[in-house]
Design a protein around this ligand. Structure first.
Ligand code: FUB
Length: 323
């Protein structure tokens, strides 16, 4: 039976949904879209978000999300510039760590951390960004051994092209073209207190079936929206391809990769961006994502959706809408 995505919160625009199960409850941490009046441009200035809410979902098959309230806004962040984009939350030793991205006062993206005793907050924001952090779209993943990894990066407006593979700032940003290797997303293990990177972020290799890195002109290469989940002992790294508008995934044997490209999870949706998370809840797997259909295609006003997904026997993921 083909599953059909449904909207989770018709009352307001929410995007980039990061779904997590904490204490048996399913929570979603989205970006909060609004009409700020900023003109659309290639830098993504029109994505001018300024606060976060957390939602609980009791019935992902049919139900709507319940708004559990405002978590914090840019006014609460000591180093804030503008554009509070994607975030994600991880639990470690009974505390909840919300990792977010936003621009500082010089318009450079960094990642920040906020800590709470409950998944619904209140979250206390660290005074400074994570040292050595850059670019956007953090996903925080706790492995079975308790170690936490942060996946991140996004090209174009997400500024990843301003850094080389070792994180060194480049004087002249370079966006690879044609058969040059695509820009790789990044991963860093977090320190035990989940407040800093435990080492310099490493590039993530996404390889084709011949073991070659995907090239810049491959419509399935990485652009933004990292997500990590584990299924049957394998590490599934999924991401958005940005300007070709797919959600794709690649599979590896450890949190650092390399990951072998496996396919498309979701075809392009209404709106320029596509962004997602994948989580298991009560024995079923769900893809959370967004589109701009309810706003009539205004790409900065997105609505979150959910659909059940299934795996084939060989561990590949069935594309949404295919039998
Ligand atoms: O929501 C702002 C940006 O749009 C996100 O950081 C990207 O992944 C894209 O969804």
């Amino acid at each position: 039976m083909s599953k059909t995505p449904h909207y989770l919160f018709p009352a307001d625009y929410m995007a980039d949904p990061s779904a997590n199960v904490f204490n048996g409850k399913l929570y979603v941490y989205p970006s909060h879209d609004w009409e700020s009046g900023i003109e659309e441009n290639d830098n993504g200035d029109h994505f001018n978000m300024k606060d976060y809410h957390v939602f609980r979902i009791d019935d992902p098959d049919n139900g709507e999300a319940v708004d559990c309230g405002l978590l914090f806004s840019t006014d609460d962040i000591p180093w804030a510039g503008r554009q509070l984009w994607d975030n994600d939350v991880v639990e470690k030793n009974g505390k909840y760590y919300l990792i977010f991205c936003m621009k500082d006062q010089t318009d450079v993206f960094h990642l920040g951390v906020a800590v709470a005793d409950s998944p619904e907050g209140p979250f206390a924001i660290q005074p400074d960004p994570i040292r050595g952090s850059y670019s956007i779209d953090p996903c925080v993943f706790k492995d079975d051994d308790g170690e936490v990894y942060c996946y991140f990066g996004g090209i174009w407006g997400g500024q990843l092209q301003r850094y080389d593979r070792n994180g060194k700032h480049l004087e002249n940003a370079h966006l690879p073209e044609g058969n040059e290797k695509a820009l790789p997303p990044r991963v860093a293990k977090m320190t035990d207190d989940v407040l800093q990177f435990a080492h310099e972020p490493k590039p993530i290799m996404i390889l084709d079936e011949n073991g070659e890195e995907l090239s810049a002109d491959n419509p399935h290469r990485f652009f933004e929206a990292s997500w990590m989940h584990k299924y049957n002992g394998k590490y599934y790294y999924s991401y958005s391809t940005g300007d070709s508008h797919y959600l794709c995934y690649a599979v590896g044997d450890n949190p650092y990769g390399p990951f072998t490209y496996k396919g498309v999870i979701l075809d392009p949706v209404v709106g320029w961006t596509t962004h997602h998370s994948i989580v298991e809840y009560k024995g079923k797997w769900y893809l959370f994502h967004h589109d701009s259909q309810p706003s009539g295609g205004r790409t900065w006003l997105r609505s979150m959706k959910v659909v059940e997904i299934e795996y084939n026997e060989d561990g590949t993921i069935k594309k949404v809408g295919e039998e």
